[in-house]
Design a protein around this ligand. Structure first.
Ligand SMILES: Cc1cc2nc3c(=O)[nH]c(=O)nc-3n(C[C@H](O)[C@H](O)[C@H](O)COP(=O)(O)O)c2cc1C
Length: 224
């Protein structure tokens, strides 16, 4: 067999002496109105790339009317700053081995924009194409007890329907005892006054690395 010829699943590159696994394909799909969730998404993107993943950083399409966005300075500024971020499509989820969703909490639930994206996955779900992937989530809120856990648990409801494997961070690293949220990376923005700091960034990096590590093991197992 020739050097770097592909196996029949196109999942590994085989040489005469070794089999090198193809990188984990990670889709990060987030919604963010004022930029906090977007910043966590970027941190996860960078950490996942460092961990060897091929990453697509994608935003859920905006649903709010222009007038609502324009009425909020931070929202309008972030909409302009993130104009170049590609919008997620169902094809991105089909492509991915692992998906990390992110959202601001909205009354203790996920944002309608992210939910709308998830609701567009029905076609893939019907074909069984959402199953056997790794999923995880992160969240931002204005207040400490403002619904971070309930938002992530609400997100994870859908993953059960997908037949996906939820890889939450748990307390699998010392950084998790600092941020204290085993369900996923979370940040309290204190009404926009608390920038993303080391505590959140450390948690985001750990979540990215853990998702890539488990997804790589799953991908290798499924390919064997
Ligand atoms: C309609 C709406 C509902 C919200 N509900 C909550 C909530 O239940 N609890 C909370 O702490 N913050 C709530 N927030 C605040 C946002 O979740 C918070 O500011 C978040 O960090 C913004 O993230 P982003 O910058 O990525 O948009 C709400 C904001 C809006 C606009």
């Amino acid at each position: 067999m020739g050097i770097f010829s592909r196996n029949r699943n196109n999942d590994t590159h085989t040489t005469e002496t070794a089999t090198v696994a193809a990188p984990v394909k990670l889709a990060i799909v987030y919604y963010s109105s004022t930029g906090f969730s977007a910043e966590i998404a970027k941190e996860i993107n960078d950490a996942a790339e460092k961990a060897g993943a091929e990453v697509r950083l994608l935003k859920a399409a905006e649903l709010a009317p222009e007038a609502a966005i324009a009425s909020n300075e931070a929202w309008a500024a972030h909409a302009a700053a993130s104009a170049d971020v590609p919008e997620a499509t169902p094809g991105d989820i089909e492509w991915a081995d692992a998906v990390i969703f992110g959202t601001p909490t909205r009354f203790g639930n996920i944002s309608s924009q992210l939910k709308q994206f998830i609701d567009m996955l029905g076609g893939l779900w019907a074909q069984g194409k959402l199953a056997n992937k790794v999923y995880s989530g992160f969240v931002t809120s204005a207040t400490t007890h403002g619904g971070q856990e309930s938002t992530l648990l609400a997100l994870y409801n859908s993953i059960h329907h997908f037949g996906g494997l939820i890889v939450s961070p748990g307390y699998t690293d010392p950084v998790k005892f600092v941020d204290g949220n085993p369900y996923g990376t979370s940040h309290v923005d204190a009404q926009g006054n608390n920038p993303i700091g080391d505590q959140t960034r450390n948690a985001a990096r750990h979540q990215a690395e853990r998702v890539v590590q488990v997804a790589a093991a799953l991908k290798a197992g499924l390919a064997s």
